[in-house]
Write a protein that binds this ligand. Structure first.
Ligand SMILES: [Fe+2]
Ligand SMILES: [Fe+2]
Length: 322
């Protein structure tokens, strides 16, 4: 009988030689065939600290169906070294009911304090002098269910800020950059800029679910966060009867054009100072966050190069020698 450790181990700390008995979140699973024609399950299993490749030898189609029947699986297994990377060899598995698990253990979340991040947004909203924009932001920030969702939403399914609180972290990051850019270019309308930054990705609250794997909602898949963000703003604008027409257009243009290119899902290209600025800041923050993650990744410290990244046209990024 193997002696499996029952105390919970974080994925980032797993070492070759360990025997474990604990629950993981399932990310990817495939039923594959070996050269001699027998089946094995290849899976990526994780927790809030990362993912590990896992294998279950001598699988069958039925066992594969059982394996993939839940989002969580209890594994008895051992860690081995495969091509210089830790790999989990599964001796035994048992699907686990999602409702019995604490999601916070399995989903990565922002390392920053969400309360402090949100305070920053409230500060910016409070500093806006244009009365209609100030009123609009107040309507959002007084909406408790909006605020709750805004604080926990990821900013992306993958690519950048794909963790709980990612949307808030991304929004505050662009806000800090935006304040500096507004000082540098006084021609930019600061109130409009800040309002646009705060609201530019709010559609993601409804586009991406905060469940494991951060799947798109049906509405998100069909409409996308750019259009959904406009719809959410329009809902609030109904409560401000005399909101000026041109201001509404300039604000909605910020949301509509922030992806900056037609092929990046932007229905319109930026046509105001604020929209140009928002697009570049958004792009800068998404790319820097992805690059910082990829070059600092704990699970791959041996390598001087990152994985190939879709966001950088499948280039590898150089991490340096140490
Ligand atoms: Fe966006
Ligand atoms: Fe964004």
């Amino acid at each position: 009988m193997e002696d499996y450790s029952s105390s919970r181990r974080l994925v980032k700390d797993l070492e070759p030689g360990e025997h474990i008995d604990q629950v993981f979140l399932i990310r990817e699973t495939q039923l594959r065939t070996t050269r001699d024609g027998s089946f094995y399950i290849q899976a990526e299993l994780g927790d809030r600290t990362g993912y590990i490749n896992a294998r279950f030898w001598d699988a069958t189609a039925d066992l594969f169906t059982t394996f993939t029947s839940s989002t969580f699986v209890n594994i008895k297994g051992r860690i081995e070294l495969y091509r210089n990377e830790p790999q989990l060899i599964i001796d035994n598995f048992r699907p686990v009911e999602a409702s019995t698990q604490d999601l916070g253990e399995f989903l990565a979340s922002t390392e920053k304090d969400p309360t402090l991040l949100f305070e920053r947004i409230k500060e910016w909203a409070g500093s806006i002098k244009e009365p209609y924009l100030a009123r609009l932001l107040a309507l959002f920030l007084e909406d408790t269910s909006f605020v709750e969702d805004f604080k926990k939403a990821p900013a992306a399914k993958e690519y950048h800020h794909s963790f709980l609180g990612g949307l808030l972290e991304h929004t505050v990051s662009i806000g800090e950059l935006g304040l500096q850019v507004c000082q540098h270019y006084p021609q930019i309308n600061r109130d409009l800029m800040l309002t646009g930054i705060i609201l530019h990705d709010i559609g993601k609250i409804r586009e991406i679910s905060s469940e494991p794997g951060f799947p798109y909602t049906d509405e998100g898949e069909l409409l996308g966060h750019v259009v959904m963000g406009v719809m959410m703003i329009e809902e609030k604008l109904k409560e401000i009867s005399d909101f000026p027409g041109e201001l509404r257009q300039k604000l909605l243009h910020l949301i509509i054009s922030h992806h900056g290119e037609y092929e990046w899902g932007s229905p319109k290209l930026p046509m105001t100072l604020e929209a140009i600025c928002l697009h570049y800041l958004d792009n800068l923050d998404a790319k820097m966050q992805a690059a910082i993650r990829a070059t600092g990744e704990a699970e791959d410290r041996q390598s001087r190069w990152s994985e190939r990244l879709n966001m950088f046209d499948r280039r590898r990024l150089y991490k340096g020698q140490e």
